[in-house]
Design a protein around this ligand. Structure first.
Ligand code: B12
Length: 210
């Protein structure tokens, strides 16, 4: 199973075949799970491009999301097995309120797990209060928020303000990611940090947690 084939299966939305293909790449071919992740992400980028070019529509977007989820059932344990560190810093991850994109967040979660972090995943479309409650309950020191929609990036500021009002803002680091964001906007919205992709995100979170 070569990497091009994995990328192609995502682009062609082969939801029934992707799990076996990922399994074959990992088990029979002994491929590095991080390289497999790269190949799958490349496929999602192409799906996004086709959607922008109106070659794909919402149905295809939904199917691409499903296909990626199927792949992750197999890939996630392989990523987790690559656990490389002793750190047990607690990180809350969530997609902001109003946003139902969770693939990027899930990738970040898997990579954090495989780097030895304790990950508390609140899911997508998450209200600020749920984040506050979880910070209080777990004592997490990092909150990582995902926003893929321009419409929902303001929600980062809402979370920042809510943490402040609850007296928690100086106890947690807030890092954000997602296509509509950049470092400048992230800082303007009250976040401490931003990363372009999940691999960089893990590096930034390691630095923030020190
Ligand atoms: C799949 C998809 C969907 C799926 C989501 C399935 C799911 N369970 O996630 C479905 C079909 C549900 C969907 C719906 C919609 N979508 Co959509 N979707 C996409 C698509 C094609 C891919 C997103 C994706 O998963 N990418 C792959 C992952 C791996 O990448 P990623 O999410 O960017 O994450 C990476 C980084 O950003 C970063 N990252 C992400 N989060 C975080 C967090 C932290 C802390 C850090 C450090 C890093 C980090 O790391 C990740 C991995 O490296 C994108 C186009 C694109 N190319 O991005 C459009 C896109 C995001 N969608 C878009 C739109 C408009 C919509 C809809 C409004 C469509 C509609 N008319 O209904 C709805 C909104 C629904 C809602 N309320 O959220 C637009 C957003 C435009 C904008 N700027 O606002 C995009 C950009 C498409 C486009 N070009 O128009 N979508």
């Amino acid at each position: 199973m070569d990497f091009e084939k994995l990328t192609e299966l995502i682009i062609e939305l082969e939801v029934d075949d992707i799990a076996d293909a990922v399994k074959e790449a990992l088990e029979a071919d002994g491929k590095d799970p991080f390289d497999v992740l790269n190949a799958l992400t490349k496929g999602m980028d192409e799906v996004g491009r086709r959607y922008e070019e109106k070659e794909y529509y919402l149905t295809e977007l939904v199917l691409a999301g499903e296909t990626m989820k199927e792949a992750f059932v197999i890939l996630q344990p392989a990523l987790a097995a690559a656990d490389r560190s002793e750190s047990k810093v607690k990180v809350i991850i969530a997609t902001v309120k109003g946003d139902n994109h969770d693939i990027g967040k899930n990738i970040l979660g898997s990579l954090l797990l495989s780097s030895g972090f304790e990950v508390i995943d609140l899911g997508m479309d998450v209200e600020e209060q749920a984040i506050i409650d979880k910070v209080k309950e777990t004592g997490a020191t990092v909150v990582a928020l995902s926003s893929l929609l321009t419409m929902t990036v303001e929600q980062i500021k809402v979370v920042h303000e809510a943490l402040k009002s609850a007296g928690l803002r100086d106890k947690v680091k807030l890092i954000v990611g997602g296509a509509p964001l950049n470092m400048e906007l992230a800082k303007k919205l009250g976040a401490d940090d931003f990363a372009d992709d999940a691999v960089d995100g893990v590096k930034h979170i390691k630095a923030l947690a020190e």
